[in-house]
Design a protein around this ligand. Structure first.
Ligand code: C2E
Ligand code: CA
Ligand code: CA
Length: 732
């Protein structure tokens, strides 16, 4: 009875140890002791099975030598491997009555006999009757076999070991699982937190503190909205509610840190579901401020030109692709390519080149309006996108303005640089063309413009409206006009204010248009200036005027001077000086009898070069007059620096000189000052005898106007009397 009670007590103790998760080795020791108490002469062993290599290793075996223990590590199981190896292999109890005689002990017999082991009784330790965990065995110093009780005891011990082992494994698996999730929560670098169903914090990890600076203890019980910028409350609330209904959500909001700093977070809300019921919401918030910043920076780099800060081609294309579907009407793409940029870049160096490109960008910005989109494509190419309807309709005047803006000299690092541009224009019908085709068309137009001799624009011949077409046609026709002798020179006399004698003639160009008739210069000179065609035109006028005057003067006692208008565009061209010389040489006209009329605007920009050029012209003997004086910006004192002979007071001052006192004062001032500087003064636009008298009294030297004669063809001019109506009572 005592024995049974003791046995029960032993088993109870072991089961308690298993239940309280005592360490496995302690439990094993207890099981071994329980068996040893019953079989005092036995050596009790447990070998652990490793399915990885199908071996057994001795774990418990009190009294065995170190040598034996070592020999019993990683013993491959098999049908003939001693007692335990066989028990493990067959998954059955194996009894070896006499180790000295057993054939399956051949390999281990000597080791066993050294330990005084003569018999061995082994049972497999298994879970659920199939999974092998090891073997439990007793060794005895005498040959023999177990009684039934003894065998039951060994099997029960094996059962207890199996139980302890599986519980321990269960326990470990559970611990691993729970701690794994705990680690995920604790060590996650993002803010991970748990909200209750009202949206208040229930838990928060270290990440929350790292990102926002709020320790868990300080935010528990607070509502998540307290950390989110007001504008984003709706987004966050909606996401929270969706998550609470069971659907995970992702969104971005601006949050506040403990310092009140704003930062951008990407938030994930996940429902916490327990037994099919949402009991709360998990939040994971990642600080994406930096990431977004660098994305933005990258985007800016990808879409912008570092040199000018403008959009680059990619940016332009993106904008175009974006705007095209939104545009109500058409859009226009202007492609601006500088002429002769590479020679500046190569000749003066890249720094100057870069500065020029920046200056060009600034000038273009000045020429555009806020809604226009400007980009720098590669190198010396810029793009403009017009989407506003009124802007698109006025694309051509804009193009012409940009051309003349760019034609003005640039002062870059002490160099005065002259560039012009070729502009290609393409228009996009919202429906019909995609973005890249539009740019392609503009490119084609630029090439065309370059082929036209630069400083000009070309229109991609797509669908264009009537005013545009007219403009384009006029330009083409003007080209023909120069080539096909449709230009005619008219002459208007300039008269000595006191004697009434004809002193000079101003050459004024007319266009004998095959259909339109006589086209006045006001209708085509500005256009020709913008397109660069003025150069050919002026060159022709200069040549023709020299020829005409030479032939007139041949028959005259007192020779006449001819005044030729020179457009600033022409004047600035390289080779202008040579052209003047050539025209004089070819005609044989005395240089003294040629006068160039230039405008004040010319002097304003790039003055040094202009002055030098004027001086060269003067050195030839040619005279120079400032035309339209008073309309520009030049001050009178500025005249002092210019190598000129004459000023022509603009017609607008003359027109109301009788009525406007202010104008009279200005005219008076100009005359006095000019005389002071040794310059002659011409008044143009004299239409009435009053104006003539007035100007003559104010000591103006020369008069010109319809009052004396309109501009007329050469033949008609030769018919005019040499003495034109001078001031009444004045001497002849
Ligand atoms: P501009 O150089 O000021 O020429 C004088 C203009 O005033 C001429 O107009 C002439 O017909 C006009 N005019 C002369 N007297 C009177 C008058 O008493 N009353 C009024 N109302 N007008 C008068 P036009 O011939 O139409 O020329 C206009 C402008 O075209 C010229 O102004 C000049 O800037 C430009 N232009 C004319 N021919 C040439 C040329 O061969 N080359 C260049 N580059 N420009 C030219
Ligand atoms: Ca003139
Ligand atoms: Ca004038």
């Amino acid at each position: 009875m005592d024995r049974i009670l003791a046995e029960l007590a032993d088993q109870q103790k072991i089961q308690d140890m298993i239940a309280s998760h005592a360490p496995f080795m302690d439990i094993l020791a207890e099981v071994t002791k329980m068996v040893a108490r019953k079989m005092p002469d036995a050596t009790v062993t447990f070998m652990l099975y490793d399915p990885a290599d199908d071996t057994l290793s001795l774990v418990a075996g009190e009294g065995l030598s170190e040598t034996y223990r070592t020999a019993m590590q990683r013993v491959k199981i098999g049908p003939e491997v001693a007692t335990c190896g066989k028990a493990a292999f067959t998954r059955k109890a194996v009894i070896t009555r006499d180790i000295t005689a057993a054939p399956n002990w051949t390999a281990y017999r000597d080791s066993a006999l050294k330990e005084n082991l003569m018999s061995c009784w082994s049972v497999p330790v298994m879970v659920a009757g199939s999974e092998l965990l090891g073997t439990f065995a007793t060794y005895h110093p005498t040959p023999g076999q177990p009684s039934e009780d003894q065998l039951v005891l060994i099997m029960r011990a094996a059962g207890l070991v199996a139980f302890a082992l599986t519980r321990q494994q269960d326990q470990r698996a559970l611990r691993i699982q729970s701690q794994r999730y705990q680690s995920l929560f604790t060590y996650h670098p993002d803010a991970v937190f748990e909200l209750d169903l009202n949206g208040c914090f229930v838990a928060a990890n270290h990440g929350s503190e790292n990102i926002a600076g709020f320790a868990e203890k300080n935010i528990l019980g607070l509502h998540f909205q307290q950390f989110i910028k007001a504008e984003h409350h709706n987004v966050a609330q909606q996401a929270f509610e969706e998550a609470r209904k069971g659907t995970p959500q992702n969104y971005e909001v601006v949050a506040y840190s403990i310092n009140g700093e704003e930062y951008l977070v990407a938030v994930t809300n996940l429902p916490i579901i327990v037994d099919n019921e949402v009991v709360g919401v998990y939040g994971i918030a990642k600080d994406i401020t930096r990431q977004r910043e660098s994305e933005l920076k990258l985007h800016v780099q990808r879409t912008h030109d570092l040199l000018t800060g403008l959009a680059n081609r990619a940016g332009f294309e993106a904008r175009l692709a974006e705007d095209l579907p939104l545009a109500k009407g058409r859009v226009a793409v202007l492609l601006i390519n500088l002429d002769g940029f590479s020679s500046i870049n190569d000749g003066l160096g890249h720094t100057v080149g870069d500065h020029l490109l920046q200056a060009v960008a600034n000038r273009l910005v000045d020429g555009l309006e806020p809604g226009d989109f400007l980009a720098r494509f590669a190198g010396d190419e810029y793009g403009v996108l017009l989407t506003d309807r009124a802007r698109v309709e006025n694309a051509l005047p804009l193009v012409e303005r940009l051309l003349s803006l760019l034609a003005r000299p640039f002062v870059i690092d002490e160099h005065v640089l002259h560039v012009s541009a070729s502009i290609g224009v393409a228009m996009g019908q919202v429906s019909s063309r995609d973005a890249s085709a539009l740019i392609q068309n503009a490119h084609m137009a630029v090439r065309e413009a370059k082929a036209q001799g630069r400083n000009t624009w070309e229109w991609y011949a797509g669908d264009v409206d009537s005013t545009v077409r007219e403009h384009i046609e006029l330009r083409r026709e003007l080209l023909e006009a120069v080539e096909h002798d449709q230009l005619v020179l008219y002459y208007q006399p300039l008269v000595d204010a006191h004697t009434g004698k004809m002193k000079a003639l101003e050459a004024l160009v007319r266009w004998q248009h095959p259909e339109r008739g006589m086209v006045p210069p006001g209708d085509f000179i500005p256009l020709a200036e913008r397109t660069g065609q003025i150069i050919d035109l002026d060159r022709w006028v200069l040549w023709r005027a020299c020829q005409d005057l030479q032939s007139i003067n041949a028959d005259r006692e007192v020779p006449l001077t001819v005044a030729v208008n020179i457009s600033p565009v022409h004047f600035r061209r390289n080779g202008f000086f040579d052209e003047v010389k050539q025209a004089l040489e070819e005609s044989g006209l005395n240089p003294e009898h040629l006068e160039l009329e230039v405008t004040e605007g010319l002097m304003m920009a790039g003055s040094e070069k202009a002055i030098e050029l004027l001086q060269n012209v003067r050195n030839l003997g040619v005279k120079v007059a400032i035309d339209d004086f008073g309309t520009g910006f030049s001050s009178l004192s500025y005249l002092r620096q210019l190598p000129i002979n004459k000023v022509k007071i603009d017609r607008s001052f003359i027109q109301d000189i009788a009525s406007g006192r202010e104008n009279a004062a200005i005219v008076e001032g100009i005359i006095t000052m000019a005389h002071h500087l040794g310059l002659e003064v011409v008044a143009e636009g004299i239409e009435t005898p009053e104006q003539r008298n007035d100007l003559a009294q104010r000591r103006c030297d020369i008069l010109q106007g319809f009052y004396f004669s309109r501009p007329v063809p050469l033949a008609e001019l030769l018919e005019l009397p040499q003495q034109l109506p001078a001031v009444e009572g004045s001497c002849t």
